[in-house]
Structure formats: C-alpha cells, structure tokens
Write a protein that binds this ligand. Sequence first.
Ligand code: BES
Ligand code: MN
Ligand code: MN
Length: 454
Amino acid sequence: MRDVLAAIDADRARHVDELKDLLRIPSVSSDPAHAADVRQAVEAVRVAFERIGITARVCETGGHPLCHAEWMGAPGKPTLLVYGHVDVQPVEPLAEWTTPPFEPVEVNGNLIARGASDDKGQVFTYLKAAEAWLKRTGSLPVNVRFVIEGEEEVGSPNLPAWMMANREAVKADVVAISDTSQFGPGLPSLCTGLRGIASFELEVRTGQTDVHSGTFGGAVPNAIHILARMIDRLHDEEWRIDVPGIYDDVAEPAAFERESWSALPQSEEEFRETSGFLSLLGEPGRTSLERTWARPTLEIVGITGGHQGPGHKGVVPCRAVAKFSTRLVPNMRPARVIEAVRRRIAELTPAGVESNLQFGHGAPPVSIPVDSKWIAAAVRALEAGFGKPPVMIREGGSIPIVTFFVEELGIPCLLLGYGLHDDRIHGPNEKFSLKDFHAGIRTGAALLHELAMI
Ligand code: BES
Ligand code: MN
Ligand code: MN
C-alpha cells in the first residue's frame, strides 16, 4: 500500500497530462451537435483502461454510449463498482471564460476546463489509482467494475434500462462515486444525501400571433404578464414554495445530522461569499445548509418571450415560456411532486389563457445510511488519501442513477467527493484543484485496499 501511494506521488505530472487529453474533448451531452464528441470521450476512457491492462468496451445504450470495464482477478474478494460520467454541461456564455473551455490550463494549482471537476477529473482518479496498483503489484486488491457514462448531465435516461439488460456486468457489493464536493478546502468529505430533481417547461399562450401594442395593448392578455404573475404565485411572501402538498413528505434531518452539521466550519457570510451573490434569501427559519441540503426548492431557471432584439418594438406578446426545476429531499417522490405542480399550474392559469406544462427530467432524492462497514472503509480511505478523516455532509445537487443502484440493484453507494463548492461546475472557468485530484487518486488506491480488508 505504501509502495502504491509512493508510485502515485511520483507520477503526478503524468496524471495531469493524461487528464488534459480527456478534457480537450467537448463532450456536451445536451447538444446533438456534440454527439460524436461524447462518443469520443467514452472511447478515450476505453483506451485509457486498455492501456493500464483493464478490459473495457464501449456499449450502446440507445442514447450516448457508455464505457464498461472490469478487472475480476480477485476471487473471494468484494467487487467494487465505480460509476462516473464524462459528458459535460454546455459552456455558454463563452465570453466569460478567460481561457477556452476545452483547452485545459494550469493556473495557481488548479486545472481550468469544462469537466475538470464535474466529472472527468474525479472519474480519472479511479483509473490512475487502479493503474498504480497494477503497475506496482500486477493486480488489484479487490474486483473492480466500471460504468463511465455519457448522459448524466441529461438525467441518465438510458442507463437504468442498460443496467437491467446487463445485470451481470454491474453486479457488485458496493458502488463508489466521486461526483460531489468537499465541504471546504482541506476538509475531505463523505456525502450521505443528495437532493432529487424534477424539471419543467411551462408555456403560456394568449393568442395566435403577437399584435400591435397600440391597437390592442391594454385590451388583450399579455402572455408575459400572465406568466410572471403565475410564477410569482409559486412562492408565498416569505419564499416558501406555494404548491399545496409539496412539503408533505419532507423528512427532517436526523438529530445526529443536525448536530454534525452545526459543527461544520462555515458561517452564513462565508456561504454567501462562495455563492458570489449579493445576499442570501430562502425559506424562513432555516440555515443555508438546511435550505440547500434538506429542504425542497422551486427555481425558475429561464424565461423567454416577446421582443429581445436591439431597439424597441410595439407588440403584445402572445406566448411566453419559463423553465423551472424543483429540488427534492428525502422522502419526496418525483411522481407526487409532478402531480402537485401540475395541479397548481392548472389552478393558477386564468380563464381565457392556455398553459402547457411539460415535465423534463427527474431524479429521486438519496439518503445513505452511515452505520455500515462500507462507510467505515471509505472513511479510512479518505484519511489515507487526504491525511485527515472526512466530515459527513449532504449535497444539494443530484446524481440521477444513485437511487437505481440502491433501490433496484440493492447495492450500497459511497459518495466520495473531491470537488470544491467554488469549482464553478456548470459555469464559466470550471476548475479542479490539482492537489485534490492527487489526493483523490490516493484515496481511490486506499479504498481498494480497505475494501479488501472487509
Ligand atoms: N455532479 C453533479 C451533481 C452535484 C452538483 C453534486 C453539485 C453535488 C453538488 C451532476 O453532474 C449534476 O450536475 N447533476 C444534475 C442532474 C440533472 C442534470 C438531472 C443536477 O444536479 O442538476
Ligand atoms: Mn457530475
Ligand atoms: Mn453536472
């Protein structure tokens, strides 16, 4: 084990160079124009596995492909399944990037590129960890399977069916995922809960075409006004969600969670600073940690409609669209939330106006029990990798497939996050700390060792 860690330390520069190659591929999964790039990223992962002596194949899913790899040379030992994704979010607005998003650069100990933290950099830690074991000892301490997909950022729509059809290929005792964050710099973290999500598109239509605002303005319903009023009524005066039933299934955090969260070193002001926002705002009587980890939200993510070009135009818009998403916490169920939102939108749609609500993608919330031997192994691995035992946190983001692993396949999941909350994932100038990349590789190597001891 000490040897393996030493090998990892010695190979730091090469690891970074290899990660850069993966980061150069613009694998934006939501944009059909980048489908070939997503495939190329998955193929690059396959080649990276083959190079270190792990059998890998690119598998078709009906959507973007995925890479499945496995090394099963440790009979009698547990099998670890590593899940991650190499698709990325769009890079717009491009003008806000200080360097091109797919030309990775090292600045102040960070690697800057789209996907550096979410999730190519974190995925890559497991490849390099396995490589170090294979190079040093010719084998791995446990059996390892990998599913590295290309559709996480669009909700993993084809992954459940693929896993159902390939049950043997995903058979494992425990799943490890590194696609979350540390609580802060130098604070390695194990994540015990994720929020779920349900996203929607709401269209309001009040007429056939836009009309002259002099001739008709003041006498016909303006679609943007109607939409704005509907949106406003989705929250009450104090910013609670005003959708009847939405809070019904919400589980309050357990006492031990509250206690451990209150010991976490972060003030409201520090949280505000990390966000870069001018102020904090949310449900009354809750801290920012509770608001983001343990409370549901409904956020408008974009509004379009009417005249947006240069100059001024005299029209009454007949159509307006808002996209929004709700974040779900344990024990909320996406189907119930979708129904509640549907009912509320119907209720808020005035007479003489049409509204059309489309559900986009969804993911259930996740809650991970902490009293398991797997968690204990992950704690020891993080300590070996980062030199410090981890804190227990939750995250406000979602990883759609986690519930499938836990509930359909019955495999416990470990969420070992190496990112930081100021990594700007999904935003311009995404970064990943090279120190954490390195510590993550060490943690991956240590995890294989710890799992072999179970
Ligand atoms: N890695 C993130 C999830 C995440 C974000 C975890 C922030 C912890 C903190 C993941 O790639 C992601 O972006 N998930 C989407 C899911 C959606 C596209 C279904 C999300 O959370 O919006
Ligand atoms: Mn991710
Ligand atoms: Mn993401």
